[in-house]
Write a protein that binds this ligand. Structure first.
Ligand SMILES: [Zn+2]
Length: 163
């Protein structure tokens, strides 16, 4: 039952994530902007380094840029990403950019631990970063997913997490 291709020897475990559709913007986060300056919303990126000394609030990412659609390496706020998960990466372009960064090559388990940590930080930061309530209406990742959960869960209990 163990068919399927074996990972190529040079494949590496990295944390993958997606860029939020909308981010809060401005001093108090009352404006909304699509994606980030460098990435379109929804773009898949790989985390190749974190700033542990800054509480992992900033990450170095590799992904296809908003304009060129070519791979770029750029620092991104953790709160602008979501759905962090461990992934075995085969892309030579991504692997070469990840080589020699602050995250030593790790196995699946350690990568999953980092993904869970970054997910938690991203969620906290989406609420805490601007130090002000979300605009009304808001389309930031937290508010969009809360609205979707409310629609899906309408009538079967309260699965919406408190804002
Ligand atoms: Zn919001």
């Amino acid at each position: 039952m163990s068919e399927g291709r074996e990972p190529a020897p040079e494949a590496v475990w990295l944390v993958a994530a997606n860029v939020v559709r909308w981010r809060r913007y401005g001093d108090l986060g009352q404006e909304l902007r699509p994606g980030t300056k460098a990435y379109r919303g929804g773009t898949k990126v790989y985390v190749i380094d974190t700033y542990a000394g800054m509480g992992h609030q900033q990450l170095t990412t590799v992904g296809r840029g908003r304009h060129s659609r070519r791979f770029i390496t750029i620092d991104t706020a953790t709160r602008h990403l979501h759905t962090f998960r461990a992934q075995l990466v085969y892309s030579p372009a991504v692997i070469s950019r990840s080589a020699g960064t602050g995250i030593p090559p790790g196995g699946r388990e350690r990568t999953e631990e980092l993904a869970a940590l970054l997910e938690r930080i991203a969620r906290e930061e989406r609420h805490a970063h601007h130090g002000a309530p979300h605009p009304v209406p808001c389309r930031c990742h937290e508010c969009l997913t809360a609205a979707e959960a409310a629609e899906e869960g309408a009538g079967d209990g309260d699965r919406v997490s408190p804002a």
